[in-house]
Design a protein around this ligand. Structure first.
Ligand code: DX5
Ligand code: ZN
Length: 234
């Protein structure tokens, strides 16, 4: 299932930076502040130098929200696990092209398991890696940081990659969502959308100790909407 498009540009808070002692409340807060989906970062300590969360947390997120769940697998051998993540409640499942020699098979398996197939690459991986599978995915994720941690700085070269990917998608799969993940804040969200993104993951910009969650969500939404109007008037 693709996230429901009530907003043209979708915002999905990443719970990686949430306070896990009260995860349900933290999810309810972003849901009340117009979040479109919940992004769940799964890390295995092998593909990325960190270990995060797995099936029980995806199940808990599903029980806590009506929003679609977008699972980002930063793990080796993702094909071993996609059915279980779909069964745990994932609506979209993203796999890294770098770690899967049988990408077609894995993306088809995600679809067969009832989730939307999505593919991603790290900032240092050539875009051409994605080209063969673009026609069969429902979302492509451009990483704008090296995955593994929340709170990193947006890599500016991602903007050019978003523009190029948008052109590639317009040719072969124009309804495919283009998601961006890493270092997105109110100060750069407009530029990310102007470059061609329609789906933004935000972690530390929304979930941080001194941040008011609803205010942060509305600040992001305002920046995104403002930029849209500017481009419409060009
Ligand atoms: C990074 C994760 C991101 C992360 C984003 O490895 O894939 O989803 O939570 O966090 P921020 O928005 O803080 O960069
Ligand atoms: Zn992520």
């Amino acid at each position: 299932m693709q996230p429901l498009a009530t907003n043209t540009v979708l915002i999905g808070p990443s719970i990686l930076s949430a306070d896990f002692r009260r995860l349900g409340e933290q999810i309810a807060e972003v849901e009340a502040a117009s979040a479109d989906f919940i992004h769940v970062d799964v890390m295995d300590g092998v593909f990325v130098p960190n270990i995060s969360i797995g099936f029980p947390v995806v199940e808990a997120v599903q029980a806590a929200t009506e929003l679609p769940i977008d699972v980002h697998l930063m793990i080796v051998e993702p094909s071993r696990w996609v059915e279980r993540f779909a069964a745990a409640g994932a609506d979209t499942i993203t796999v890294h092209a770098e770690v899967d020699p049988n990408l077609y098979r894995t993306l088809r398996a995600i679809e067969e398991a009832g989730a939307a197939p999505s593919v991603t690459i790290n900032p240092g991986t050539p875009l051409i890696m994605l080209e063969p599978v673009l026609p069969i995915v429902r979302q492509v994720l451009i990483m704008s940081v090296n995955p593994g941690f929340g709170g990193q700085t947006f890599i500016p070269a991602a903007l050019g990659r978003i523009r190029r990917l948008r052109q590639m998608l317009d040719e072969v799969n124009p309804t495919c969502r283009l998601e961006v993940d890493g270092g997105i804040k109110a100060s750069n969200a407009g530029a990310v959308v102007a470059a061609g993104a329609d789906t933004l993951v935000v972690g530390s910009a929304v979930y941080a100790p001194d941040t008011h969650i609803a205010s942060a969500m509305y600040a992001l939404r305002a920046e995104i909407d403002r930029d849209h109007h500017e481009s419409d008037n060009r």
